[in-house]
Design a protein around this ligand. Sequence first.
Ligand code: G6P
Length: 606
Amino acid sequence: MCGIVGYVGKKPAQDILLSGLKRLEYRGYDSAGIATLDSEGEAKLARSVGKISELSKVLDEAPQDGNLGIGHTRWATHGGVTETNAHPHHVGRIYLVHNGIIENFKELREELKGYKFASDTDTEVLAALIDSNYKDGTSLKDAVAKSLKRVRGTYGIAVFSPSEPGAIIVARLGSPLIIGLGKDETLIASDASALLGYTREAIYLNDGELAVCTRDGADVFSLDLKHLSVKPETIEGDVEQIQKGGYDHFLLKEIMDQATTLHDTLSGRIKPDAGKMHLGGPNLTEEEMRNIHHVVIVGCGTAYYAGLLASYYMEQLVPDLTTEVVVASEYRYRSFHLPKDSVALIVSQSGETADTLACLREIKKRGVKTLGIVNVVGSTIAREVDGGTYVHVGPEISVASTKAFTAQVITMLMFAGMLAEYHGGDPKLLAEFTRELAILPEEIKKTLDTYRPEMEKLAKKYAKFDHALYLGRDTAYPIALEGALKLKEISYIHAEGYASGELKHGPIALVDDRFFEVFTILDNWLFDKACGGLHEVRARGGKTIVLTNSKADIEADDIVRIDSPIKLLTPLLLNTLQQLFAYYVAVDRGNDVDQPRNLAKSVTVE
Ligand code: G6P
């Protein structure tokens, strides 16, 4: 959701900005633009609605010279998707790109009487505010700082002015901004993936900080203009990780890559021989571990469903633990109370989701320890939690989350495994979970390789339907929710997930020939009950697909049976089949699989 790039150095800025914007495409956007400053001190602006390829066409017609520039991908919030609303915004002597929302922009616009506004955006108002403070004798840095003190809301910004060539001012409050330090060049990005291949050294700006970037590096200040000494950090990852590696789409690559990425998630964290799990990141003393009796898990979308599945496993492993799984957008505004013996798990692939971040801050206010289950290293949530564990699956580019889901579940499971040791958990069960974790990457690989052709065939058969119900019981219930979410996100088929025990309480009324039903049925003590729902749907003529690890007789229109020594973690294996199914349905329907309409990878505004 909205991306910022910037460059100041010796190379042509236009190409670097465009390739940076392409790297950020996955975040979701609906327009894009760049502004550059040439050696004569002349600034040029190009913007277009639609994909970066549209912007490239504009730039092919009218290339922009210069070794300094800023770029942006916009996801509309204030004002429609038009070229005038796209960034960069140019007002007076100011060129500006902005992520976030200026909440008091109407009030500020009223005050800025001398300005005529071309767009409906809050960003143009901020550009005007900076321009109004950029009087003779004032530096751009001072003008930006003065303006930002007037702003209510969130921002990550990059600004330049032809009056001060050679410098880009950046600042952040609630929206990430990273400064890459190269040799004779400085890069700016809202997401580290845009910096990969250019430099490994970076400054992650904190909220309330501003920096002056030149090709020689960056000077960081507080908004009160106190100079801050900042130690650069190392960016993880490499360029291969953000390329498709022979697959048609990032989504398929990320599904198929799970075997490898889960190795990284598990690496050094499980001891199958000893039947133990260990995470270093939570940083809790033995006494603190012993005192935890309540875990609240917070997330949005797929991260929320990962939390839901993990909560089942936690309850199985830790006998005296109460778990609560909450949707961040709701929880942040509830008058919630947390017992003193609580710990909060903040689950987020990007580490930037606005609602999840807001919950983290609310929970911290209540004095409860927060642990991050995060993928993006150095992200805001990762930096603000008290402790936590990176899931280490590498960049997830496709908007729909796949490999992060699996890794989030097993990371929380490993946390539960640690807790179990201090809470009288059954050592046999702990050993069983550990054994299954150790073989999970290989079993996922086998499952994906074996059933991929079958899932493709099945997808072709069901791609023409308008509606789907996903049903599951016990640990297959969160998987039903996640399966339905995946299908609707990328295929646009209307899909709902339900606990199969809820069928009779409403959804069964929907069963007709426009629907198909996906049942995830586990070979466990609830098998017969899980099949009950299936029979009810079939009796009403429903078209059914069953995903199962059971060898028992099951009647359905289509059955995919996996055969694996994995038992407890079967939902994770079956979920990878759902991921493939959703992928192939979306391909069959001709959709933009990696960047589905209206969705953003990282939802940094409410
Ligand atoms: C968006 C993405 C989802 C993701 C959710 C939470 O909706 O499209 O794929 O699950 O945000 O994101 P997070 O980065 O916090 O896990």
